[in-house]
Design a protein around this ligand. Sequence first.
Ligand SMILES: N[C@@H](CCC(=O)N[C@@H](CS)C(=O)NCC(=O)O)C(=O)O
Length: 203
Amino acid sequence: MRLFTTPGTCSLASHIALSESGLDFTAEIVNLRDKTLADGSDYRAINPKGAVPALEISPGEVLTEGVAIMQYVADQAPGAGIAPPAGTLERARLQEALNYIAGELHKSGYAIFFRPGLTDELKQAQMGVIDTKLAWLEALLSDGRDYLLSSGYSLADGYLFTISGWSKKFDHDLSRFPKIVALRERVAARPAVQAAMRAEGMI
Ligand SMILES: N[C@@H](CCC(=O)N[C@@H](CS)C(=O)NCC(=O)O)C(=O)O
């Protein structure tokens, strides 16, 4: 399989999932500015949406959307234990967390910071939006669990780690969410996470 990824973006979450899975894959770096691959070819020939991540499962069979990619990967490697079995309530809890991170935190939250020409006023207002979204996850962790699912580490933690990593880039203060900060430290210490970050030149 080939993962199309860009360092510093949301595709790190899919890279982490693949790294945790133990499946065979290669990572291809996409230049998102001009939508090209390392050999200069047009990335949109792989993913017409022009966004990362994309996973080429076999020639011509390309899966897009991070939440779909991560769960496909987890289901190919059930022994890795990064997603509860399909059909269980715990799997629905995983989908609940993934959907929240994708829709609320990623696209309606942090992604706004990437908009060109964002004024300081709008940036400050968006910090408040993100704080509200993070507060729900902080509350979820208040029962003493180490990860977003009470059953343990899952795809959702790799995704939260990836997206909340943008706080540093945009001077957003994460210290008001100590349980999320502690979760981030646990995720960062995982060998598979370090391998994915190293492969993307992030550490
Ligand atoms: N709905 C997609 C969104 C992916 C997305 O927003 N990717 C960003 C990087 S974090 C991207 O490729 N942006 C460039 C573009 O859309 O042109 C998913 O969840 O996978």
